[in-house]
Design a protein around this ligand. Structure first.
Ligand code: PLP
Length: 388
């Protein structure tokens, strides 16, 4: 059963048990969001009962994970805190984490809320600000979780194609629904790795309808090293900035993320579970994230390592005459033009290389995650075999 079918089935079940749509909005906050978050970020076959081929591949460059584990100071901090795991909070680990965010982002304490990853707050933002009368405006292609959650809620969804430069077309997004509840901007965008200029985001924030929110998903921002939208959250705007430790920090399986927003926005997002999800986080993940966030030199070194590995792969593809979408993150899109992306993914699997998927709007284009230098060399070798 597909993820969408499962969402539909759960919704029908709740409605048939006498819940109103309004109550359904509350229920999804407690159960649905967690379920959605648990299944999203995992490739479609991971939730479809089909064995996941990625773990058996020698080279895993399909799921936008980092090629290596958490930064050394994060690993040490996580290991050290395990001995104190008998306490819910041996010291004030949540507070320490927020102070680390304040240090690197310059946002006030009450403008930060940690969460186990960013899928959960992303779904919650949709549940909080969208409804059957307040739609979601998103891009196409982009990370689909917001759109799926909105569809599940019965909220209208407008998916607006990217511009010719692969940025979010903010003017077309506003025109698509001038009265939406939430405008979702993913920058750098998944799957294109392209950045939407901060001036375009400012324009959307200045021109959107009163009461609606602009959600800026910055999951890949450290790979791009570009200015963040967090100053808008601090300036009292209707902006939610979302971060995750699943990418450059190499912590996808440890589940840490956070949002930066006005305190009243955070309070609305937390009302579904009394703050449990944001209040109680696993200590090793909190400790690891806190120690990683301030390791600025190590973050920059990792970004450089990714850029070098990406450069090697893109140069190889260019020499072979392949069309690649320009990228600023740890992923790139190859246009096979004459072949379907699914067939190419299967061809790479024969070489034990797991590349990424495609998006319905671009059926001949595959997303490839940038792995280590060795992994990208293996990708180039596999490419020459499957494309020969
Ligand atoms: N946002 C974007 C743009 C993503 O690509 C992902 C995962 O791939 C997420 C959010 C969710 O990640 P996580 O829940 O691991 O933080």
């Amino acid at each position: 059963m597909s993820r969408n079918d499962r969402f539909e089935e759960t919704k029908d079940d709740l409605l048939s048990r006498g819940y109103s749509r309004r109550q359904l909005g509350r229920i999804v906050g407690v159960f649905g969001v967690a379920a959605a978050a648990a299944s999203v970020g995992r490739p479609a076959w991971a939730s479809g009962g089909v064995p996941d081929p990625a773990p058996s591949a020698k080279v895993r460059i399909g799921a936008n994970e980092c090629w290596t584990g958490p930064l050394a100071p994060g690993q040490a901090a996580a290991a050290a805190i395990i001995a104190s795991g008998n306490r819910y909070s041996p010291h004030d680990e949540r507070g320490d984490f927020i102070k680390a965010v304040m240090q690197v982002e310059g946002v006030p304490y009450d403008h930060v809320a940690p969460w186990p990853g960013s899928s959960d707050p992303l779904s919650r933002a949709v549940v909080t600000f969208c409804s059957p009368t307040k739609g979601l405006v998103t891009a196409d292609p982009t990370f689909e979780l917001a759109g799926r959650t909105a569809k599940w809620l019965g909220a209208p969804v407008n998916a607006v194609p990217l511009t010719a430069a692969y940025t979010h077309d903010v003017k077309a997004m506003l025109a698509a629904n001038p009265n939406a509840g939430l405008y979702y901007i993913c920058t750098p965008n998944n799957p294109t790795g392209t950045i939407t200029p901060i001036a375009d985001i400012e324009w959307l924030v200045a021109n959107k309808p009163a009461g609606s929110m602009v959600l800026v998903d910055e999951a890949y921002t450290h790979f791009a090293g570009v200015p963040t939208a967090s100053y808008m959250a601090t300036a009292g705007k209707d902006v939610i900035v979302m971060r995750t430790f699943s990418k450059i920090f190499g912590m996808a399986g440890m589940r840490m993320g956070y949002v930066m927003a006005r305190p009243d926005i955070i309070a609305k997002m937390m009302r579904y579970d009394g703050g449990m999800q944001s209040g109680a986080l696993p200590l090793p993940s909190l400790a690891c994230a806190t120690a990683s966030l301030t390791a600025l030199d190590l973050i920059a070194a990792r970004r450089k390592e990714m850029q070098e590995a990406r450069g090697l792969a893109l140069e190889h593809l260019k020499k072979r005459g392949m069309a690649v979408v320009p990228t600023n993150a740890n992923m790139f899109m190859i246009d096979w033009k004459t072949k379907q992306a699914g067939a190419m993914q299967a061809a790479f699997r024969t070489q034990s290389v797991e590349i990424g998927r495609s998006w319905p709007i671009w059926p001949t284009i595959s997303r490839v995650t940038v792995g280590s230098m060795d992994e990208m060399k293996a990708f180039c070798e596999a490419f020459d075999k499957v494309w020969a």
